[in-house]
Design a protein around this ligand. Structure first.
Ligand code: CKP
Ligand code: MG
Length: 307
């Protein structure tokens, strides 16, 4: 049985430790919000599947191999002969600045269809389905696919989570309000404080989302920690005091900790604890997912922080 199914685009990533235009050594890996979450939840001991399309090329095979090595089920991954695997470049113009550029328009990942998402949902029969606001921004086909799969999941009592993950390089904030069409089918929303207005025009966005039927609204505030809102009340957890080396992927790490604790039927407090601990691990090293914790790692960080 699959605990979690995630759906989205995974790209190859190329990372340099100095301005890319100078050439030199680069580190090749993979990146993608939904597969970051898949890896995080898999490392925490759950059965996870990821669905996406990649090119029938070596970057596509790197993605398949990496996810398999992390224990993620890639049974429904599609290799496309018509399009290429997208790529994301991270370079470092100065010590504290990471510049991100996408090379993904027309990529295989943007050709994902409703039919393949519905097939994977039915075959995997997961307890949870996780999607992000990145996928609907990629193309008309991916937008329809995400809407169809969250609706089908909700109809079959599969709990759906949505991470807003607003990306200004993919669409405007006004265009991103398209994510509101997903809300009737979403159980848990993850958003940062400054993303809530994408989901609602209400002056009290969290209250509005809860009264409109979202069961959990989890709001992240970087170094200030995170809040989980439900009809039962609000819980806050501070961020763990670690040295931040690279914050890319921290949101996905947070989500993976939260979803893992959900799968373990833990309390809202414990869900936030595991989420903030996973997030803390992720920011302590370079890479979108490489430093995500295992279960044993979780205990180590908690002990070393004396909490
Ligand atoms: O919100 P996060 O920093 O956790 O997301 C990082 C991921 O999918 C990263 O892996 C990148 O590939 C992306 O978000 C994206 O498409 O921007
Ligand atoms: Mg994020």
């Amino acid at each position: 049985m699959t605990d979690l199914l995630t759906i989205g685009e995974t790209m190859v990533s190329l990372r340099t430790a100095r301005p890319m235009r100078l050439g030199g050594d680069a580190h090749l890996s993979i990146a993608g919000s939904e597969s970051n979450v898949a890896i995080g939840v898999s490392r925490l001991g759950h059965q996870v599947a990821w669905l996406g399309a990649v090119g029938n090329d070596e970057p596509g095979r790197l993605i398949q191999r990496t996810l398999r090595a992390e224990g993620v089920d890639t049974s429904w991954l599609r290799f496309s002969d018509e399009s290429f695997t997208g790529f994301i470049a991270f370079d470092q113009p100065s010590h504290d600045i990471t510049r991100v550029s996408y090379h993904r328009r027309g990529s295989a990942g943007s050709t994902l269809t409703s039919a393949e998402c519905l097939t994977a949902l039915q075959a995997a029969s997961p307890r949870l389905l996780h999607v992000t606001g990145i996928t609907p921004a990629l193309s008309g086909s991916t937008r329809a696919a995400v809407l169809d799969v969250v609706r089908a999941a909700s109809d079959s009592d599969v709990r759906v989570s949505l991470d807003v993950n607003y990306r200004a390089r993919l669409w405007s904030r006004t265009e991103a309000t398209a994510l509101r069409e997903l809300l009737p089918y979403v159980h848990t929303v993850f958003a940062s404080d400054d993303e809530l207005d994408i989901l609602t025009d209400a002056s009290e966005p969290v209250r509005d989302l809860l009264t409109s039927g979202t069961a959990e609204v989890v709001v992240t505030a970087g170094g200030k920690g995170a809040r989980a809102h439900t009809e039962a009340g609000t819980i806050h957890r501070p961020a763990l005091p670690v040295t931040v080396v690279d914050s890319i992927g921290a949101g996905d790490a947070f989500v993976s900790g939260y979803l893992s604790a959900t799968l373990d039927n833990l309390s809202p407090e414990s869900r936030l604890d595991r989420a903030t601990t996973s997030g803390a691990f992720c920011v302590t090293a370079t890479g979108d997912w490489e430093s995500l914790p295992t279960r044993t790692d979780l205990t180590l960080l908690t002990h070393s922080q004396g909490t």
